[in-house]
Design a protein around this ligand. Structure first.
Ligand SMILES: Cc1ncc(C[n+]2csc(CCOP(=O)(O)OP(=O)(O)O)c2C)c(N)n1
Length: 333
């Protein structure tokens, strides 16, 4: 999805993320999606603010909570829903599900079920960009839980040592499943990154303008050869950690906490700012919202119409065809 500083477009993109997740949750509830889904709801300003500062040829790596990043970087909702519904028309031919969606053609180097694992991949991509003298930038998204993963801390070190064009984006939603960031990350998130020599900032992740401004500065620096940096986006996940057919919500935060969070809602906040700054035309907001709904309705319809893979092909595409002991059926190298 293209770079943009247009707040109205940010609004549209944030609504797309939120309404996508509402549909995904409903499809889990109805039993049509059988795998786990980690909802991104509440965190939209982070993915949208950062990706709106990226060119189409820049790359991102994502997480287990990846739908928002993928949509914000231009992933196609219909192929995402098809994947979630286990159809051949999905991004991974229905074999991967939520945590494996990737679209290399759009610089989306994959959702990732392994906490912190996107960061070294982003460093590898950034190293390739530098080696080929391309002015592209790599952005790994990760949560506060990843701040205690060795692989992320090694990636910080490598990026600084090699001065790689990487912008590390930590989505600090204050909680990793049930563990509080405050308790688990002594010293704090941004100071920890700064300890590696990374220029580090902490911004209100419920404010898409603040996120976009911080990302634009960091991306420009990286693109110009100024090396890596780190942005902590303080945000809130509205949902439980994840949902899956038949699973019970395992954790809850107090009503008072959630109420306070919703008062900082990133979409309502931007809508209010737009109202004060330029005023909404009569029906303009409804029109945008309905267009997004229409696009997503069509995406779900496309997904439902897709063919389910034959169970006998469940292991296809698991192994490279060149690996002699594990020939993959149906794969033409
Ligand atoms: C290496 C690794 N350790 C543990 C897990 C289990 N796990 C899945 S999600 C999660 C919490 C991640 O929290 P955070 O990084 O803050 O992201 P959030 O879920 O809050 O978006 C954990 C521990 C995992 N998937 N990978």
């Amino acid at each position: 999805m293209s770079e943009t500083g247009d707040p109205l477009e940010w609004y549209r993109r944030m609504q797309r993320l939120r309404r996508f997740e509402a549909r995904a949750a409903a499809l889990v509830e109805s039993g049509e999606i059988v795998g786990a889904v980690h909802e991104y709801t509440g965190e939209e300003a982070v993915a949208v603010g950062v990706c709106a500062a990226l060119r189409e040829d820049d790359i991102i790596t994502s997480t287990h909570r990846g739908h928002g990043h993928i949509l914000a970087k231009g992933g196609e909702p219909r192929r995402m829903f098809a994947e979630l519904l286990g159809r051949e028309s999905g991004y991974n031919r229905g074999r991967g599900g939520s945590m494996h969606i990737a679209d290399f053609s759009r610089g989306i180097y994959g959702a990732n079920g392994i906490v912190g694992a996107g960061a070294p991949m982003a460093c590898g991509a950034a190293h390739a960009f530098r080696t080929r003298a391309e002015d592209r930038v790599a952005v790994p998204f990760f949560g506060d839980g990843a701040m205690n993963q060795g692989v992320l801390l090694e990636s910080f070190n490598l990026a600084v040592l090699l001065s790689l064009p990487v912008v590390f984006v930590c989505e600090n939603n204050g909680i990793a499943i049930t563990s509080s960031t405050e308790e688990m990350t002594p010293g704090g998130v941004a100071p920890r990154a700064a300890g590696f020599g990374l220029p580090s900032r902490s911004v209100d992740g419920m404010d898409v303008r603040a996120v976009h401004e911080a990302a634009t500065t960091a991306v420009r620096r990286a693109r110009a050869g100024g090396g890596p940096s780190f942005i902590e986006c303080r945000t809130v996940r509205y949902s439980v950690h994840n949902i899956a057919a038949g699973a019970l919500p395992r954790e809850s935060r107090s009503e008072a906490f959630m109420e306070a969070a919703r008062r900082r809602d990133p979409i309502e906040r931007l809508a209010g700012e737009l109202d004060r700054e330029r005023g909404w035309r009569q029906g303009e907001r409804t029109e945008i919202d309905e267009n997004v709904e229409g696009e997503l309705d069509a995406a779900v319809e496309f997904a439902r119409a897709g063919r389910r893979p034959d169970a006998k092909t469940a292991l296809d595409f698991m192994y490279a065809a060149t690996y002699p002991d594990f020939p993959a059926r149906g794969w033409e190298p």
